[in-house]
Design a protein. Structure first.
Length: 677
């Protein structure tokens, strides 16, 4: 009767003149939609607050690569952004040159093939009157990072030591690769490969003369340079420990911006943050920096705002009373009374302002995800903000305004007519009573129950939030294929405080598995998930947890483990986490039972009945492909349906658009095979 009534009602609508034109059919979130999703990066507002420069990253499917160009957005209401570069070769970090911002500096690998092989160089592009960008540096191996002096006349470059000349090493022919000689404790790193004896150092570069002079030397690295407001001093980070590979006790240094000047250790930090840069106060008295807790918790850090006196090194934690973490980028307000940044908080991240006088926090943006705040001299703040169904766009928060204003709309045409998931927040009690929270994505007007995929985030220190970027693309493609998708912030995730993050320390695959099962139980009880059609999958720590889940319960009828491992004992010495293993897990020969406990997916592989697809990058040093190979072979020997997919030349994250679409398509096809027979 229900179907008959629906048919009659539809016939009535078709006969009515007011409904003569059928509604347009919504576009499905398919591979083409995924390829059309762009990403805004590295926004920086001009000193006078009139403009914001930023990068726009998009997939070029013909070249099978992601390309980034610079754009310029006026902050005046009603203005339209314009494109500045067209070659797609910008590698990031655009900065305004000098106090008036007449030009923009950026890094790019452009020119002929030999030039591109030499790595990214520093370029300068005039803003007023147009004109071509000019190449400023010609550094062998490229420039990794840089900072411009306040007057725009000098730059500090972060440069890797040059590779040795083959003629000095026994006359090896240049076409022949050198043997890799290793004597370091930390000897491999994803994307960088095996680590030799070279280090990253600072160079002082004059933009007019193009002359570069060494500022630092030695058997250690310097990163994150930052100029004092008067242009006389530099702050930077460096690990100068006696056994620097066995600690993350990075120090904050200050030195005059003069070659040969003495370097003064201002403070020793307990841990480092790869994305953090020191931020000088406008009067040059203080330096702000995100810092963590003792080294023991390095994998579960909740970054706090710390202040250091630039003269004495006296330290103060500004956000000690806030049990939430800050993102790495911090910016001062023009009057030096507060800092602006982004706070991660339970499925959201918000633009926030914290005052020096009392540590009071003011949230400046609403629900959703924010990132990368930049502050002008007049107090205007440019930042990125998005939501569950809205990719991040550039926003402007003006002093005294009730809400931020959008400056860009790059995704409006992309979103028009595109069918996106509906979202619901949920909270459940885990087996031990802990509250666990997450997000449920459903197809519009879904008829329940649905085949359901538990899509597990990596990290574990991270969170599933209200955003449409990165891994959320696969979420939307799964929803478009008719699945309900559960995204759960299990214990170990950020956004819920220190205790929640640290709960899984040295006890992997235990509380996280309880939390994830609790979410699935809730979805089944609510009538959302079909208990006979449950799937699970993830990448990185999400791949590890997939292995843990299928080894602890046979409820899942399909699984996809990307860049995961089930035998953590075998990862010792094969991946890049020797320092973390030593302090968190202990050494395998001293903590044998602990290591075997967290390796139960492999040693209890005979309990696994779930058909599982394993995937990974051929050159992954983060979670080497051996982790997937071992689990694949175990299931193959046990007669469990399985498959192994290896992406040639890829590291831990898939960097080619074609491989990203391939991983998504294989994930969905594997689920379809076993959940939609």
């Amino acid at each position: 009767m229900r179907h008959l009534l629906t048919t009659l009602a539809l016939a009535g609508l078709l006969l009515s003149p007011a409904f003569a034109q059928p509604a347009p059919v919504a576009r499905s979130f398919d591979a083409a939609a995924a390829n059309g999703l762009q990403r805004l990066v590295d926004p920086e507002i001009s000193p006078d607050g009139r403009w914001v420069v930023y990068g726009l990253r998009a997939a070029d499917m013909a070249k099978d690569k992601f390309q980034t160009d610079l754009w310029l957005a006026p902050t005046a209401p009603g203005s339209v952004p314009r494109r500045l570069t067209f070659a797609g070769d910008v590698t990031g970090k655009p900065h305004w040159v000098g106090p008036t911002g007449d030009a923009i500096a950026f890094l790019a690998a452009r020119g002929g093939e030999e030039d591109k092989k030499n790595g990214p160089q520093l370029w300068r592009l005039p803003v007023a009157g147009g004109g071509e960008a000019e190449k400023l540096t010609d550094v062998k191996g490229g420039v990794e990072d840089y900072a411009l002096s306040p007057d725009g006349r000098r730059a500090v470059l972060v440069v890797m030591d040059e590779a040795p000349d083959p003629e000095t090493l026994g006359g090896w022919q240049r076409k022949t690769a050198f043997p890799i000689v290793i004597d370091r404790f930390h000897f491999k790193q994803d994307r960088e490969g095996y680590l030799d004896g070279r280090h990253k150092h600072l160079q002082l570069f004059d933009l007019a003369s193009r002359k570069a002079e060494a500022l630092t030397r030695g058997d250690f690295d310097e990163t994150a340079p930052a100029w004092s407001p008067d242009g006389r001093e530099l702050a930077f980070l460096s690990n100068r420990a006696a056994e620097l590979d066995r600690t993350e006790a990075t120090s904050l240094f200050v030195m005059p911006a003069v070659p040969g000047a003495a370097q003064r250790a201002l403070a020793t930090l307990t841990t480092d943050n790869d994305d953090a840069h020191p931020a000088w106060s406008p009067d040059g008295r203080l330096i702000a920096l995100p810092t963590g807790d003792e080294i023991k918790w390095s994998a579960y850090q909740q970054w706090r705002v710390s202040l250091y006196d630039a003269a004495s090194g006296a330290a103060r934690v500004l956000s000690a009373g806030l049990d939430r973490g800050w993102q790495p980028q911090l910016a001062w307000t023009p009057d030096g009374t507060a800092l602006v940044g982004v706070v991660d908080d339970d499925r959201h991240s918000q633009l926030a302002r914290i005052t020096l006088a009392d540590g009071k926090l003011q949230r400046l943006s609403g629900p959703g995800t924010a990132a990368m705040a930049s502050v002008a001299r007049d107090g205007r703040i440019a930042f990125l903000a998005g939501g569950f169904s809205q990719p991040a766009e550039l926003k402007l928060q003006e002093p005294g305004a009730a809400a931020p204003r959008a400056l860009t709309a790059h995704h409006d045409s992309w979103r028009a007519g595109l069918a996106l998931s509906t979202v619901r927040e949920f909270a459940v009690k885990s087996a031990d009573g802990a509250e666990v929270r997450g997000l449920l994505a459903l197809p519009p007007e879904a008829r329940l129950p649905l085949p359901t995929v538990l899509f597990v985030h990596g990290g574990p220190n991270g969170q599933d939030a209200h955003e449409l970027a990165g891994r959320s693309v696969l979420r939307e493609r799964l929803v478009a294929a008719g699945y309900a998708v559960l995204q759960v912030n299990y214990r170990g995730s950020s956004g819920r405080g220190q205790a929640f993050q640290r709960a899984i320390h040295a006890d992997w695959g235990h509380l996280e598995v309880q939390d994830l099962h609790a979410a699935v139980d809730w979805a089944v009880k609510q009538g959302i998930a079909d208990p006979a059609r449950l799937g699970v999958g993830g990448w990185s720590y999400g791949g590890l947890l997939t292995d843990y889940l299928i080894a602890s319960d046979n409820r899942f009828k399909a699984a996809v483990s990307g860049a995961g491992s089930g035998n953590q004992l075998s990862m010792f010495g094969a991946d890049q986490y020797a320092v973390q293993y030593e302090r968190e897990m202990g050494l395998p020969w001293a903590q044998r039972e602990r290591w075997l406990k967290v390796s139960y997916p492999f040693f209890k592989a005979d309990r696994i009945k779930t058909p599982t697809l394993f995937l990974g990058g051929e050159k992954d040093f983060n979670v080497p492909i051996a982790g997937g190979e071992q689990m694949y072979l175990a299931l193959k020997m046990l007669g469990v349906p399985t498959q192994l997919v290896i992406y040639p030349g890829q590291f831990h994250g898939l960097s080619l658009p074609s491989y990203q679409r391939d991983w998504e398509a294989r994930f969905i096809a594997w689920m379809d095979r076993y959940l939609k027979p």
